[in-house]
Design a protein around this ligand. Structure first.
Ligand code: LLP
Length: 449
């Protein structure tokens, strides 16, 4: 298993993260357990900020909260001086609870409700990333009703497909997100907002997909967008202040993945924006990016306890653990691949081929196909690294399995930042339903309840 960040193997042959033995973390806090290497989160956050600062470029690095949104992580993100992209009233609420600087919160989403828009206006967030005509209409109405001004970016669908899994590519024309360029929708939206008394259109946004390694599609999209920006300048006198190029920077889940370094990603972004600004005769706008996965992905490791095994001769060895698709749905949903290790025997030879199954009632409930482990035994602690993004945030209570706890480790200290759910939590919002039912049984009336 590849060791990310502060992960290492200690003298007992155990996996350590943040200076702490993961088998002890498992014993103390139970499993499944999401463990976050906060030093690594900080390193990644700084790696995104540094190239902009070193080049003296006005920029915002907005963490995409959808990757992992809890009060604790948003506080780390705020401490590092990043901005935040939220996509729902719930994420906004969490950010406000975390005390996130409100002017650095930007609100995304393709179907914001009027209540969400009001909530964000009242909180005084930085920007709305406006996605569609209904939102423009509601924003105009709400700003006037509340007497509040706001800033917006227009979300564009540049009609460019990134080479990534279909469900996570978003920039192509046939997408539910944003205004497309070709049909004239983007220009029409700009005209509806440009010069508005309450709404300042400061720029545009596009995001062409996630887990991207190859910047080609990004270059193509960027040039298309600048052509349009040049038209807007000619035809409407539109002045570009902010160019938000989204997130999607890929990470290394397994050795098949070949991401660029964060510095390289950011340098490509800077170069592409600079080139286009120069070619089209613009001053350099403020550059915004929105990494989610690349900030928290590698930093999360999920610990499980090994349970039953089923060996089917000449077919497969299934190794079941005490979690699964309710804490990490990425394999069933995206055919995601992960590495794995036995945290309590890191130095032993990985000589046994297994597939790691969850404990949910579904054959697709798998965490990893065909990984080599050192002869796993009941009670071993299995570690799956790179589960920091889109695992806790996509967790469910399927089969009424309680959501796992989240622990942050940093400088040899551990802190529970999300408590494990209890069985009581599972029924806390349930109401009883015991009406007085009268069922006719022949002539006799029997009462059921
Ligand atoms: N900005 C926008 C507008 C987005 O839609 C996204 C991701 C991001 C930024 C952050 O992308 P990142 O840097 O994290 O790749 N659940 C899927 C990923 C869905 C991504 C949705 N949008 C997964 O587990 O891979």
């Amino acid at each position: 298993m590849f060791l990310h960040g502060t992960s290492s193997v200690n003298n007992s042959g155990h996996l350590e993260i943040g200076g702490l033995d993961t088998t002890k973390l498992a014993a103390t806090y139970g499993t499944p357990l999401y463990v976050y290497d906060i030093e690594l989160v900080r390193q990644k956050a700084r790696a995104f900020m540094d190239p902009f600062q070193q080049n003296g470029i006005q920029a915002q690095v907005a963490y995409a909260g959808k990757a992992f949104c809890t009060v604790g992580i948003l506080q780390v993100i705020a401490q590092e001086g990043l901005s935040l992209d939220v996509v729902s009233g719930g994420e906004l609420y969490t950010a406000l609870k975390a005390g996130f600087p409100v002017e650095r919160i930007h609100f995304h989403g393709n179907n914001k409700s009027y209540q969400e828009i009001e909530m964000a206006l009242q909180a005084g967030i930085g920007h709305f990333i406006v996605d569609n005509y209904l939102e423009i209409h509601m924003l105009k109405e709400a700003t006037r009703r509340l007497g509040t001004k706001t800033k917006v970016l227009l979300r564009l669908a540049p009609g460019v497909e990134a080479h990534t899994h279909e469900y996570i590519s978003t920039g192509k024309e046939d997408s539910k997100f944003g205004f497309d360029l070709e049909s004239g929708a983007a220009t029409e939206a700009m005209e509806l907002l440009h010069g508005d008394q309450y709404i300042e259109l400061t720029g545009v946004h596009y995001h062409i997909g996630s887990q991207i390694f190859d910047m080609e599609a990004f270059y193509v999209a960027t040039e298309k967008v600048w052509r349009m920006l040049a038209d807007w300048r000619e035809q409407a006198g539109f002045h570009l202040q902010v160019l938000n190029v989204g997130g999607g920077f890929g990470i290394r889940y397994t050795e098949e993945d070949t991401p660029l370094s964060i510095q390289e990603y950011v340098e490509h972004v800077i170069q592409a924006v600079k080139n286009n600004a120069e070619n089209f005769g613009f001053n350099l706008p403020e550059i915004w990016i929105e990494p989610g996965r690349a900030i928290v992905g590698d930093a999360g490791t999920t610990l499980y306890t090994v349970g039953a095994q089923k060996q089917i001769p000449n077919v497969r060895n299934y190794l079941s653990v005490d979690g699964g698709m309710s804490d990490n749905i990425r394999l069933p949903l995206y055919q995601a691949k992960y590495e794995a290790a036995i945290a309590n025997s890191m130095n032993e030879e990985a000589d046994t081929l297994v597939s790691i199954a969850g404990k949910h009632c579904e054959s697709g409930d798998m965490l990893a196909w065909d990984v080599q482990l050192p002869n796993p035994q009941v009670g071993d602690i299995l570690a799956i690294p790179c589960t920091g993004a889109y695992c806790y945030s996509m967790a469910s209570n399927y089969n009424h399995i309680t959501k796992s706890a989240v622990v942050f480790v940093e400088n040899s200290e551990a802190k529970v930042v999300v408590q494990r759910q209890t069985y009581e939590d599972l029924v806390r919002l349930d109401n009883e339903y015991l009406p007085n039912l009268h069922v006719e049984k022949g002539n006799r009336e029997s009462r059921v309840s």
